[in-house]
Design a protein around this ligand. Structure first.
Ligand code: ZN
Length: 173
């Protein structure tokens, strides 16, 4: 008897705009297999990308706050690994940030970190680290800055053993 392996998830490649963002519209699943999981004011997209470029080649990381599905704050965190290949947030720093976010009337929406030399999708290490405690509805933005001149952001849900790419909606503000 042979066990059937789950087929690999296929990441779609889509056209790029100024920051290499995918085009989107208001439809919840415009291409049939990605859904909008968060609204992201452009200033916070810019802030994450600025952080990624500042820290490159070391990976940057941070925590995202949201209210009603819209990101309302981006909190930089220290990558205790100070590594170009992985990141880690000190649990004490995370707890402080979570408290600040909650005190401000928001909730922790998820995390962001950069990939400074590889594709902007969760690595096996990311999946191992984040899948257990920060599965859906937590979101994970990965800033791709391997090409420093073409930074871009992708968003994922990470579960134990797998990740799923989703869509985000950039809103002005
Ligand atoms: Zn990663």
């Amino acid at each position: 008897m042979q066990l059937t392996a789950r087929p690999p998830r296929v990441m779609s490649e889509a056209p790029a705009t100024r920051w290499g963002l995918r085009f989107w519209n208001a439809s919840p699943s415009y291409n049939g297999h990605m859904t909008v999981v968060v609204r992201l004011p452009r200033q916070f997209l810019d802030a994450m990308i600025a952080h990624a470029l500042e820290d490159a080649p070391v990976e940057c990381c941070g925590v995202l706050a949201a209210v009603d599905g819209t990101i309302v704050a981006v909190h930089r965190a220290r990558n205790t690994e100070a590594s170009p290949y992985r990141f880690n947030i000190d649990p004490r720093e995370y707890m402080k940030l979570e408290e600040a976010i909650t005190d401000a009337g928001a909730t922790v929406a998820g995390f962001y970190h950069s990939h400074t030399g590889s594709e902007a999708r969760p690595s096996p290490t990311d999946i191992r680290m984040m899948g257990t405690f920060f599965g859906p509805p937590y979101i994970h933005f990965i800033l791709g800055v391997a090409d420093r001149d073409a930074p871009h952001a992708r968003v994922f849900h990470i579960e134990e053993g797998s990740s799923t790419e989703h869509e985000y909606e950039v809103v002005e503000g």
